[in-house]
Design a protein around this ligand. Structure first.
Ligand code: DX5
Ligand code: ZN
Length: 215
């Protein structure tokens, strides 16, 4: 089954609660929350205070994508704020496995992400410890960028590794997803699609989400 996770980075922040409710009613499976610190990426977005506020208005699965330095320092705050899954970037951790274990100990599902230029070798050994692998298909920092096709072989390789494991591990792709790139990403093995711009600029959130699922 293909899951769609609209990224609220492209939502209208002046009515964030309504936007979340709208995509939820339009068929979103998860809500993708992009957390940026101005260090790991050149942009600043949402912190745990906002996550805890929107947690109050929705029970939908919160997929929190931490694009921050030293994520281990902040995972507890995001877990307490109501994250269901916390994804950390391999490039931002001194010790990836200990950060993964910290998230698990907090009772959240855990994901690991790599940037377009980062080799899969960096996370190969720890994939069995996570619930989700997130392959970035743009350079993280901003919504509305174009899908980098060079990451497709990495998506396929990740799917090959995951399919040999005896647990369910999601393969999420994030950045530049629209109805066309979604089709390609799914063909290469993705099962969770993050989409910001494509969903929130569409006049019908329902049609956008449906087209991403290739229905
Ligand atoms: C990029 C973020 C993405 C972004 C996706 O740094 O991690 O989640 O919001 O946005 P679109 O779908 O517009 O490329
Ligand atoms: Zn993201």
């Amino acid at each position: 089954m293909i899951l769609v996770a609209p990224s609220i980075l492209s939502a209208d922040f002046s009515k964030l609660g309504e936007e979340i409710k709208a995509v939820e009613h339009a068929g979103a499976d998860w809500i993708h929350i992009d957390v940026m610190d101005g260090h790991f990426v050149p942009n600043i977005t949402i912190g745990p205070v906002v996550v805890s506020k929107i947690r109050k208005i929705s029970d939908i699965f919160f997929d929190v994508h931490l694009m921050i330095e030293n994520p281990g320092k902040y995972v507890e705050q995001f877990a307490k704020a109501g994250a269901d899954l916390i994804t950390i970037h391999a490039e931002a951790c001194d010790n990836i496995l200990s950060t993964i274990n910290k998230v698990k100990d907090l009772g959240c599902k855990v994901g690991v992400s790599i940037n377009p230029e980062t080799s899969l070798d960096v996370i190969k050994e720890i994939i069995q410890n996570v619930d989700l692998v997130l392959i970035m298909s743009v350079h993280p920092g901003f919504g509305g960028q174009s899908f980098i096709e060079d990451v497709l072989p990495k998506i396929k390789k990740t799917r090959d590794i995951i399919s040999k494991m005896d647990k369910e591990i999601h393969l999420e792709v994030d950045g530049g997803i629209n109805d066309k790139t979604a089709k390609t990403a799914i063909e290469y093995g993705a099962d969770v699609l993050v989409a910001g711009n494509f969903v929130f600029t569409n006049t019908s959130y329902r049609d956008a989400i449906k087209s991403l699922k290739q229905l």
